[in-house]
Design a protein around this ligand. Structure first.
Ligand SMILES: [Zn+2]
Length: 356
């Protein structure tokens, strides 16, 4: 059964993402796609596409780790994992510690901690101005140029060097153009470009890469893993996995932020009765996303279809025009939800938007 205590998610904490808790433990659903990718890889550059919350970054790092590993696993010793990194050699350890001389991780400043990289002093703090500067969410051209300079240097330990960009869509056009030429003539350089959607990438970038798609894991595998990470019992894990559209890392993150199954199941009722106090501790982007999912599911139910994020019994159908207008309003909020000026955005107003 679900927990009987009602907890609301606390403001987004600086808690590390799941993968940084146990960097040496491979997410179980990644092994087979990794093996397959390593066995069928033909290009020097792989473009990995995956939805968030399924281990996209872990997968990209594991590819780099396997390429650089001194003793990759073989079929006789570990069937099903041939070609994957051994996890024990000094090269694997250096990748885990983010200090391998032949690997460069290119991530936006805002994602350095999540990627296991040291956060530079003063990175998010405009010293002397008395206020915080928001860390950049872009991969900048200077980062790309510095990484390409690194590639020019003689090899450190291995016969090849690896450049990992995550998320690749964080590159602006200038940065992407700086990458193009090397992508065409890579020499001993290999690339992993990991992204959520390839739509925003330059076609010239896409055409120079081998595409790899990573899908969410099978439901059973995700549920077993969530429970092994302490996400309540099977029912709690199921509710949270559904709430996150089948993405287990996202479900774990929400649970760590304090979102439990009971809160999620009560959420439609809280919205229907305008109980904004119940969600007052939720980070604004989480609340806007939850409302968007509720709107989505109510629309499905109104069309006689099965809901995706909530269970049918928790949902009231609604007028489709009203639901469409609400969805548009939520999309506008979603665009600004991360922005500091939205911190004061009235939670009550958001909650009342769905009271029909
Ligand atoms: Zn190794």
């Amino acid at each position: 059964m679900v927990s009987s205590t009602r907890r609301s998610p606390t403001p987004r904490a600086a808690e590390p993402r799941a993968q940084t808790d146990a960097p040496r433990e491979l997410l179980p659903w990644l092994a087979e796609p990794l093996r397959h990718t390593l066995a069928t890889q033909q290009a020097h550059a792989l473009l990995l596409q995956a939805p968030p919350g399924v281990g996209q970054f872990d997968f990209a790092v594991e590819l780099a780790r396997a390429w650089l590993c001194e003793t990759p696993q073989d079929q006789r010793r570990v069937p099903g994992r041939e070609g994957l990194a051994c996890g024990h050699c000094s090269s694997c350890h250096l990748v885990d510690e983010r200090s391998h001389p032949d690997l460069r991780l290119l991530v936006p400043e805002a994602l350095r901690a999540e990627a296991g990289l040291p956060v530079e002093e003063g990175g998010g703090d405009a010293e002397g101005e008395g206020r915080k500067r928001k860390p950049s969410r872009e991969i900048k051209v200077d980062q790309v140029r510095a990484a390409l300079d690194f590639a020019e240097l003689t090899a450190g330990r291995a016969r090849l060097k690896v450049l990992l960009l995550h998320p690749a869509e964080a590159m602006n056009a200038v940065a992407a153009n700086a990458l193009l030429k090397t992508l065409e003539e890579p020499g001993a350089l290999r690339f992993v470009l990991s992204c959520g959607s390839t739509d925003s990438l330059l076609p010239t970038i896409r055409s120079r890469c081998q595409a790899v798609r990573l899908l969410p894991p099978a439901r059973e595998q995700a549920l077993v893993w969530l429970q092994s990470r302490g996400v309540g019992d099977a029912q709690e894990a199921q509710v949270l996995l559904d709430a996150c559209g089948g993405r287990p890392l996202e479900a774990l993150q929400r649970q760590r932020e304090g979102m439990d199954a009971q809160a999620w199941r009560q959420f439609p009722q809280w919205v229907a009765s305008g109980q904004s106090a119940a969600v007052s501790g939720w980070p604004l982007p989480v609340l806007v996303e939850a409302l968007s999912k509720l709107c989505h599911d109510r629309s499905l139910v109104s069309l006689g279809l099965a809901p995706r994020y909530f269970t049918r019994s928790e949902l009231a159908a609604g007028d489709l025009d009203q639901l469409t207008a609400w969805a548009a309003q939520l999309r506008r909020h979603a665009r600004v939800a991360e922005h500091p000026f939205s911190a004061g955005l009235a939670v009550e107003a958001l909650m009342l938007g769905g009271r029909f």
